[in-house]
Design a protein around this ligand. Structure first.
Ligand code: ADQ
Length: 719
């Protein structure tokens, strides 16, 4: 796909809510168009390029009810949720776990397994619905962070972009989430992950590096997970600037309010800092008595999530504060705080934005904050002053606002005072700069910029460099002898159609030989293959070979065979005969000494599932452990011995029980059987998982492929 065709491909928007809200009356189904910022941001592109919007309609649909007609510019496709799912996925995991945690308020977060299960199930359903639609998938926000993963599973070739509308917390906060890695793996299945500001993107990269063992390039905004590279960037959202500007101008005829108006407009949410704001206003009246009788704070709070306890508590707290402060200062002709607990129509909001002398936008934490931008766009007349919390994403770009720390009541009170007495020249200079930026960075520019980046494909991280290897293992190599453990298939040689075709490349062989020739490096090859097989493939005398996942080990100074092996030899022969009788063309049995592998890669594909199931059942019936591999099933004797045991055995045999005083192991491997070794070596050495891990890895780092392993060997040989 060229980037040009992608730029104009249809768009597949996936968000928690649809752009319409479904209601029901005596006349039947009623659709109300939502007025949120996201809808006005995305509808123009959907009109231009066509596509689909997938989301929850907010109510139950009856059989045969549809939300869009063939003549509509884009399709609206519902994902239905049960009442239990709304409670656990939406009110639970999304709003009671992720929302507070991502706003760095972990004390407010609840962590419930059943909420997580519902979140996973609902995200899977969103992905399944979306997988049936065409276009560039654009997934929105924290309710749907597992969707990229599930969508990628269903459509490996899909182009997927994700945008996070709320902050992404620092590593120290994020890792409190019991499902931290699952969330990250959900996201990195996308091709592009967008955040409002650089800090959030950097937090995400930190988390991916530390929790997924991924490689990251902070400058370029790239993260490499296995063999995939994902772009991560900052895309500060804007508003429909002309719309707000025009609305404010249309309101010109109205009476200007007489008082000095200080305006607060928010969803009623504990992240918005409303109680702190009220207290700061009280402090202003304490410190600057000249404003008494003159200034009014109008706080408008839209009801939000009001079934949730924390929001009910907050509402009560605000009611009480307003009552107390008004009780202290009000006079017969003046009430210092006016408080409206409701949504207000767009025209009325525009009139207030235009007339306010000061907008007080003081969230404790906010992904971006659109109110600040709407206020600025509405300053078409005598300019007012924007007071903005440093902790809102908007503060990263809106530098000409009066910036405050909302926790600092005195500082905020002084800022309000300064804004109220600020002369016109300063107000105008600040507002002109703010308006120019917001006009340029409108929501249309945001959508276009994001989609352009989503369409530009194929950025790759450069292969891991010496500098990276130095940072990961350099200091350890300077002090200790190195025990280098390497898996064979998928690590030293790419996975091949047939095991006999997986040979070492000339470069890998050369690098291995150079490592082996150093007298401060000892090498061991740890493989699932039979010992003789892997010895023949590598062919270096000074190397230790561990075959059959370490059940047999041989090399300089070591000769080991697990005691229980002999016991299983005859039974293994019989199992091999039985499996062979069931082979169809393209399926075959590979005897590996202490174990065997049943391969079916070249058999008719429609038979794969049946072959795997049959072989698994026969292996189990014969008393062996089945383990599925790529188009193959392995049968291993039920001996509690794995690559982890093998590695420890080699270390103790070679260097004695106190080996860790003088030796550091490095282990590189590409599959599930290597995870046993990663776990055993955690904290004792350094481990590398090669390729794309579908599941979690216990390794310290990831390497993209065999070429990256070659880079590591070359570094070790040269250093
Ligand atoms: P929100 O938390 O909803 O959005 P915000 O960005 O301020 O926060 O948007 C609120 C919207 O609601 C504004 O468009 C505002 O005009 C409107 N609104 C507020 N009070 C209103 C009232 N009383 N009556 C009518 N309308 C009212 C999330 C993130 C933000 C991020 C946005 C967009 O939490 O940080 O900026 O998404 O990405």
């Amino acid at each position: 796909m060229t980037s040009d065709t992608t730029t104009e491909s249809p768009i597949l928007v996936i968000s928690n809510r649809l752009p319409v809200t479904v209601g029901r009356s005596a006349r039947g189904l009623e659709l109300r168009r939502s007025t949120g910022g996201l809808v006005s941001a995305l509808e123009p592109v959907l009109h231009r390029r066509g596509g689909t919007w997938v989301g929850w309609p907010g109510a139950k649909l009856r059989d045969g009810e549809v939300l869009s007609q063939p003549s509509d510019p884009y399709r609206i496709v519902p994902v239905e949720l049960s009442d239990g799912e709304v409670a656990r996925y939406y009110h639970g995991f999304s709003n009671a776990t992720l929302w507070p945690l991502f706003h760095s308020m972990p004390d407010r977060a609840r962590f419930e397994r059943s909420d997580w299960d519902a979140y996973e199930r609902v995200n899977e359903r969103f992905a399944a619905v979306a997988a049936a639609e065409d276009g560039l998938a654009w997934v929105h926000d924290y309710q749907l962070m597992r969707v990229p993963h599930h969508l990628r599973r269903l459509r490996a070739e899909a182009r997927i972009a994700f945008f996070c509308h709320i902050p992404f917390p620092p590593y120290d906060v994020f890792r409190l989430l019991p499902w931290d890695r699952e969330i990250l793996r959900g996201l990195v299945a996308a091709d592009l992950i967008g955040f409002h500001v650089r800090d959030y993107a950097q937090n995400f990269l930190d988390c991916a590096e530390r929790l997924l063992a991924a490689r990251v390039d902070r400058e370029a905004g790239l993260v490499e997970v296995g063999d995939r590279t994902i772009a991560v960037g900052e895309f500060p959202i804007g508003i429909d600037f002309p719309l707000y500007e025009q609305r404010a101008m249309a309101m010109q005829g109205r009476d200007r309010r007489r008082e000095q108006l200080v305006l607060g407009v928010d969803r009623l949410d504990y992240t918005k800092g409303i109680p702190q704001r009220l207290r700061a206003f009280e402090r202003l009246l304490d410190l600057h008595a000249e404003h008494r009788g003159q200034v009014v704070l109008l706080q408008i709070a839209v009801p939000s999530r009001d079934q949730v306890r924390a929001y009910q508590d907050l509402k009560r707290e605000i009611d009480e504060l307003v009552g107390r402060i008004n009780g202290r200062f009000a006079t017969p002709g003046w009430t210092p705080i006016q408080y409206l607990y409701r949504s207000i129509p767009p025209d009325d909001l525009s009139a207030l934005y235009r007339d306010a002398r000061v907008a007080l936008v003081t969230p404790l934490r906010d992904g971006m904050n659109l109110v600040a931008k709407e206020f600025v766009a509405s300053q078409v007349d005598d300019p007012g002053v924007l007071i903005l919390s440093r902790l809102a994403g908007a503060a990263e770009t809106m530098r000409e606002a009066v910036l405050v720390n909302p926790m600092d009541l005195d500082g905020t009170a002084e800022a309000i005072h300064r804004a109220l007495v600020m002369d016109e020249a300063e107000r105008r200079s600040r507002m002109v700069a703010l308006r120019r930026r917001e006009r340029r960075n409108s929501v249309e520019a945001w959508t276009n910029g994001f989609l352009r980046r989503a369409a530009s494909s194929g950025e790759r991280l450069l292969p891991a460099s010496d500098t990276e290897f130095d940072a990961w293992i350099g200091s350890m190599l300077r002090k200790y002898r190195l025990a280098l453990f390497l898996d064979y298939d998928g690590t030293l040689s790419p996975i091949a159609e047939h095991p006999s075709l997986a040979l070492l490349s000339a470069e890998v062989r050369d690098a291995l030989e150079r490592c082996a020739a150093r007298d401060d490096i000892d090498i061991a090859i740890v493989s699932g293959r039979a010992l003789e097989d892997v010895r023949k493939l590598v062919g270096l005398d000074e190397v230790v070979y561990a075959g059959n996942h370490g059940l047999e080990i041989q090399g300089p100074g070591i000769r080991f065979e697990h005691d229980d092996l002999a016991h299983y030899a005859d039974r293994l022969d019989r199992l091999a005969d039985e499996l062979e009788q069931h082979c169809i063309p393209g399926a075959w049995v590979e005897p590996k000494g202490a174990s065997l592998t049943f391969h079916y890669r070249e058999a008719d594909e429609t038979q794969h599932e049946r072959l795997a199931a049959n072989a698994t059942a026969m292996i189990r019936a014969a008393g062996f452990q089945p383990r599925s591999a790529l188009a193959a099933v392995e049968a291993r004797p039920p001996i509690g011995w794995d690559k982890g045991h093998a590695v420890l055995h080699v270390l103790r045999a070679r260097y004695g029980p106190s080996w860790s005083e003088s030796v550091r192991p490095i282990y590189a491997g590409d599959d599930e059987t290597d995870e046993d070794a990663f776990r055993v070596l955690a904290g004792l050495g350094r481990t590398f998982r090669v390729g794309s891990p579908d599941r979690s890895t216990a390794a310290d780092r990831q390497l993209a492929d065999v070429d990256a392993v070659l880079g590591l060997l070359d570094y070790l040989a040269r250093r």
